[in-house]
Design a protein around this ligand. Sequence first.
Ligand SMILES: NC(=O)c1ccc[n+]([C@@H]2O[C@H](COP(=O)([O-])OP(=O)(O)OC[C@H]3O[C@@H](n4cnc5c(N)ncnc54)[C@H](OP(=O)(O)O)[C@@H]3O)[C@@H](O)[C@H]2O)c1
Length: 162
Amino acid sequence: MQTTLYASLTANGFLVRAGGEREIPAPILTDFLGHVRRCGNVVVGRRTAELIRATGSPAEFAGINVVVLSRNPGRGVATSPEEALRLLAARGHAEALLGGGAGANASFLERGLVDDIYLNVVPVLTPAGPALPAAPQPADLRLLDVRQLAGSAVQMHYRAGA
Ligand SMILES: NC(=O)c1ccc[n+]([C@@H]2O[C@H](COP(=O)([O-])OP(=O)(O)OC[C@H]3O[C@@H](n4cnc5c(N)ncnc54)[C@H](OP(=O)(O)O)[C@@H]3O)[C@@H](O)[C@H]2O)c1
C-alpha cells in the first residue's frame, strides 16, 4: 500500500488551518479533491473530519472511502494508521491519501508510513499554527514534480526513499 500525504503550508512553514488567518485557496481544494477521486479514498484525523462535516462539503466525498482516525472506536473508522491502511487494502485500494490534519500527519510520519508527499506552499506568512512534525530520522526526498497552482501557490511532489 502506497501512502501519499497531501498538505498545504504557509510560506513560513505552518499548516494552513480552516478558519485561520487564510483559508486554503480554491485551486488547492480542487487539486486535493482530484487526488481524493484518483485514490478513491482519504484518511483524515477526527478533528479534520469534523471540520469537513461542519463546512458542508461532505457531498464532494460521495462514493469515497473516508477513513477517520480516532483512538476512540466510537468516533472513527480506524484506531491507528496501520488499521487505516489495512482497511483500505482490504477494500482493494493500492494507494491511501492522507489528508491531514497535523495530528494524523504526525502519526503516519513518525511511523515512517509516508511514501509520497504533495506539499503546497501558499503565498502567505502567518503568525503561528501547527506544523509538519519531526521525522524519526533524516529522510531524503526525491523531487518528482514542481508546478505552480493558480494564485501563485506552488506544489512540490516528493517521493521518500530517494
Ligand atoms: N493545511 C493542510 O494541509 C491541512 C489539512 C487538513 C487539516 N488542516 C488543519 O489541521 C487542523 C486539524 O489538525 P489536528 O491536529 O488538530 O487534528 P487531526 O489531525 O485532524 O485529528 C486529530 C485526531 O485524530 C486522531 N488521531 C491522530 N492520530 C491518531 C492515531 N495514531 N491513532 C488513532 N487516532 C489518531 C485523534 O482523534 P481522537 O481525539 O478522537 O482520538 C486525534 O485527536 C485544523 O486546523 C485543520 O484546518 C490543515
